[in-house]
Design a binder for this molecule. Structure first.
Ligand SMILES: NC(=O)c1ccc[n+]([C@@H]2O[C@H](COP(=O)([O-])OP(=O)(O)OC[C@H]3O[C@@H](n4cnc5c(N)ncnc54)[C@H](O)[C@@H]3O)[C@@H](O)[C@H]2O)c1
Length: 425
């Protein structure tokens, strides 16, 4: 796929900028915490002169993070972190209205996706942002010689953090990384409420599926799975959870869900959604026993959670695009299975991703983490760092303030009581 080359950018169509700008400014209304950080960064310029490359889903919310990093003085370049999640109007506006180079086109093929990642690396970044660790991966493989330049990288999602911790454990991590996903100010809200709601949104937009009374199978009861299951239940669905972790399985059961292996769930589900960060969670043996017109979708990071080659192998015919984002697989047993968004993140491919109000906290955490790594560059070593608790507290305090919610403060007597082992006896 070929885009228009504009000011060292590669986007679908610059003429989409006006619509993109409206959406960016609309999202900004719901991002008061990030906005307040942007206003401070404007004055203090904590990233002054730093080359920064960000590989993130190019959405209206990400655009507001990009504006914040630019306000901080960064020379920023953005590329997409998924071939189907780019909002082309947003990238057009970033280029035209905000002067931020973007390399991302919705629907780009694998070759273009990597060409764009390399364009972001040609920018010679000293700070990087990832959603899934694809930039960092290139900096440890095809472009390993350039890793020494990097002060630190921020990682947005669970799958990226898992990859990076594996690299660290193997002693191969070449620069410091901040696990932004693992901050409470991120995953407690973003993964649970953001993915929860937007996954429902993506499925409904793609299929017009009726939640009430449907049997929905949720694979994975982690942060994203819990949020999605909770929302499906609230909409009247009969929710079944599959897990491999005994603790999460008990939790799901006590939260009121049916828990069973996928081999059983496969026979009864109307809709199957994978949110595990694992591969081949839905396999040939499962498709083979599904009901006619079962719908399968994924909201985990990579498109490997549903074994699509196995689905294709079981099919006598594949009808692509029977509806936008819906491919019909006609199995040899005559049953039809509908695969949504080619097994890629359904909430970003078919809907708009997480609501801005929740991304406010994630991206405020990202922005403050970037400031932190620059300030502490001399003391950081090549390992995976948690976001400092102070940053999480700042983000949550600012968010509460923006929501108009006050909370209690410890009295001095309570401070003493909690600090003293002898108290309470
Ligand atoms: N769609 C989005 O916008 C979005 C947002 C955030 C995270 N993510 C991605 O979603 C995935 C899940 O993230 P999370 O934060 O919920 O992770 P998590 O670690 O909290 O939860 C994953 C759960 O899946 C379970 N699991 C693993 N293999 C399984 C299997 N074969 N069958 C059933 N359950 C299995 C694990 O035991 C765990 O409970 C990751 O890939 C993450 O990067 C997507």
């Amino acid at each position: 796929m070929k885009g228009n080359l504009i000011m060292k950018a590669d986007i679908a169509d610059i003429k989409l900028a006006a619509g993109g700008k409206k959406r960016i400014l609309w999202a900004d209304n719901d991002m008061p915490v990030l906005r307040s950080i942007r206003e401070r960064f404007e004055k203090q310029k904590p990233l002054a002169g730093k080359n920064v490359s960000a590989c993130l889903h190019v959405t209206a919310e990400t655009a507001n993070l990009a504006r914040t990093l630019k306000a901080a003085g960064a020379n920023l370049v953005l590329c997409g972190s998924n071939p189907l999640s780019t909002q082309d109007d947003v990238s057009a506006s970033l280029v035209k209205d905000f002067g931020i180079p973007v390399f991302a086109i919705c629907g780009e093929d694998r070759k273009t996706y990597y060409k764009h990642i390399h364009a972001a690396l040609d920018h010679k970044p000293v700070i990087t942002f990832d959603d899934g660790a694809d930039l960092v991966n290139e900096l440890h493989s095809s472009r390993a010689a350039e890793a020494g330049r990097v002060i630190a990288s921020m990682e947005e999602t669970t799958t990226g953090v898992i990859r990076l911790r594996a690299l660290d454990k193997a002693g191969k991590l070449k620069f410091p990384v901040v696990a932004v996903n693992d901050a409470a100010s991120k995953h407690l809200f973003d993964n649970r409420y953001g993915t929860g709601q937007s996954t429902v949104d993506g499925i409904i937009r793609a299929t017009d599926f009726l939640m009430a009374g449907s049997k929905i199978v949720v694979a994975g009861y982690g942060w994203c799975g819990r949020g999605f299951a909770m929302r499906c239940k609230g909409m009247g669905a009969i929710v079944i959870v599959t897990e491999i972790d005994p603790i999460k399985a008990i939790e799901a059961s006590m939260d009121g869900f049916d828990v069973m292996p996928m081999s059983q769930a496969a026979k009864i589900g109307d809709l199957f959604v994978t949110l595990t960060g694992n591969k081949s969670v839905l396999r040939g043996e499962h498709f083979a026993v599904m009901k006619d017109r079962a719908v399968v979708a994924n909201s985990g990071h990579f498109n490997v959670e549903i074994d699509i080659p196995a689905l294709a192998k079981l099919s006598k015919k594949i009808n692509k695009g029977v509806r936008n984002h819906v491919d019909e697989y006609v199995l040899k047993n005559g049953h039809r299975v509908y695969l949504l968004a080619e097994g890629r993140l359904i909430n970003l491919a078919a809907a708009e991703g997480h609501p801005a109000s929740v991304m406010d906290m994630s991206f405020a955490t990202q922005a403050l983490a970037a400031e932190y790594v620059v300030k502490n560059a001399d003391s950081l070593t090549a390992s995976v760092y948690n976001v400092p608790v102070d940053i999480e507290n700042i983000v949550c305090t600012l968010k509460l303030k923006s929501m108009g919610i006050d909370i209690d403060k410890l009295t001095s007597e309570q401070v003493h009581y909690l600090a003293d082992f002898g108290e309470g006896t």
